[in-house]
Write a protein that binds this ligand. Sequence first.
Ligand SMILES: [Zn+2]
Length: 324
Amino acid sequence: MPERFRSNPGRSGFRSPSLSACLIPVLHAAAIERLYDLNVGIIGVSGERHERPHKPLLLLATFDLIDEGLATPERIPWCQELRDRFTSRFNLVRKHDDKNTPDNPFHFLQSEGFWQAWKEQNGKSRPVDAPPLARDFGQVFARFTDGFQYLVALSANRQLMREALISRYFPNLLSSIPPSTIPDLRSRVAEEPLEYGRSPAFRLKIVEIYDHQCAACGLRIKLPAGNDVSFIDAAHLIPFSVSQNDHPTNGLALCKNHHWAMDRNLIAPCPDHHWHVSKILDPRRSTGEKELAALSGQVLLLPQDEAFHPDADGLKWRCEQLIA
Ligand SMILES: [Zn+2]
């Protein structure tokens, strides 16, 4: 196992150097965590603020090329076919001033440790230190590193990673991928009951975005880096089983109490960005109900970055589930 194939620094440590079948789910979990946490760049102000789509799009295009036999994990050619696969999805997901520039992620995926780019000239290969140009077609290629070369070699893994990228970055493209016959990764790596979020990568991302703070009560518990235990959960607004949507705008960081209450539709965040509570809660009956009822009308505590504010459709869905 290559030494660098592990969770990001400060995250739960990648645990074993031996590649065996029983560790594949652990490998997948570490890989999915990396995919969920790509340094994509966030741009724009107010309603235009969004994550750039380029890196996840180029990885999807690369998986397509390998599926088609036009690339291998050891050799992803910089070529027109790669640009075409990139462009076809780019046109579906582009926002505002996004530019159709697959050359940038081809270069910058190197600094994320996914691959190394090389240029062949006069029978020799040398590392590439700038985004490739059209005239580099046929001369520049990338080689997966960090253990991704082993994962990406199997089509079942590529499908898992494709589904993860689309759920995380482009949930509007979900209908464009064939239903998977692969058992759901999230259920295989789950360490918590299903209703508490099945994807460790989703949880890590949401908790980071909300800086470990409950969006209802403001409780913040931030344990030392590398500690696997968290009191703050990542809740889906529209459950993953319904939406397959792991985009952070379909998530909310909640403490255990408020996650429990939201999952049972006793409280709900609504499109007015305030909490609403169910009328079945009786503050006179118990102190727990009194505390939940007191949440009524309280403002939803949102992350600083508007790119990750909850999606209005998700809030509406949650509000509609509230027990009348
Ligand atoms: Zn709370």
